[in-house]
Design a protein around this ligand. Structure first.
Ligand code: 5GP
Length: 236
């Protein structure tokens, strides 16, 4: 597989064409951003840690029946993935109240959510990723109703699998964001799953082990990601 020209550069990853139109190279950079790209820093080793972390999680999810775009690790910072048409919608599940839910609804940070809360957001930095619902998605043609149902169903299946994976390693999966895409008519999990797009707390101390360390200037960001990786058995 030959890596060709850059197709797209996002806030933390870049996408490159290959000589096969069905596949692209996802390249994880050290760039770390928050607040819709307003805070940006380079964190050494982040590209490598997130690439390997994501590969481990995507493989785990694939092995457990979740269709994902992941094909294989190529090197320390790059993976081969299916060339999907991305759906510009973020699917968020929350097991514990934190972040924007607390700001929006004034509920207590750390409150357990039973049943978990599901939310859709539009992927649009300029609009600050506004919250949307199924009607917006269908009316504005961001995805078909049947694909919206699949995204929702898959996001909850991922919750069951990952809540247990992290709980068994002494962590609480507080919340996370997933993105999906279409490949040959099917809905597949895309983008990445790493501590950049979820909240993970130590089950005993509630220490934050995710991107909130960067957002809140707590330091030890990559060290925390590496600790999570180590605990669940990601080979770094
Ligand atoms: P919140 O709505 O509380 O800001 O985010 C909920 C969860 O989704 C958090 O785990 C957060 O990291 C993730 N999330 C939401 N939007 C984004 C985004 O645009 N980029 C990333 N990396 N994660 C996001």
């Amino acid at each position: 597989m030959e890596k060709k020209q850059e197709l797209y550069s996002g806030k933390a990853k870049s996408v490159f064409a290959t000589d096969d139109n069905d596949y692209v190279v996802l390249s994880f950079r050290d760039d770390t951003s928050a607040f819709d790209g307003e805070k940006v820093e380079q964190l050494s080793r982040k590209g490598e840690v997130n690439n390997k972390f994501n590969a481990f999680i995507m493989q785990y999810l694939s092995d457990n029946g979740i269709p994902t775009h992941f094909e294989k690790l190529l090197n320390a910072t790059e993976s081969l993935v299916k060339n999907m048409k991305m759906i510009p919608v973020e699917c968020v599940v929350r097991n514990v109240a934190s972040g924007s839910l607390v700001r929006r609804l004034g509920v207590e940070d750390g409150m357990e959510l039973n049943p978990p809360v599901f939310e859709f957001f539009l992927k649009n930095d300029a609009l600050h990723d506004p919250m949307i619902n199924e009607y917006h998605i269908e009316t504005f043609g961001w995805a078909k109703a049947e694909d919206v149902n699949k995204m929702k169903d898959l996001t909850f299946k991922v919750n069951k699998l990952l809540k247990k994976l992290f709980a068994d390693a002494g962590m609480i999966l507080v919340d996370y964001k997933l993105e999906f895409g279409l490949f040959k008519g099917g809905v597949y999990l895309g983008d990445e799953f790493s501590p950049d797009g979820c909240r993970l707390w130590d089950a005993e101390t509630r220490k934050k082990l995710d991107k909130d360390r960067f957002r809140q200037g707590l330091g030890g960001v990559i060290e925390a990601y590496e600790e999570v990786a180590h605990r669940i058995g990601v080979p770094l």
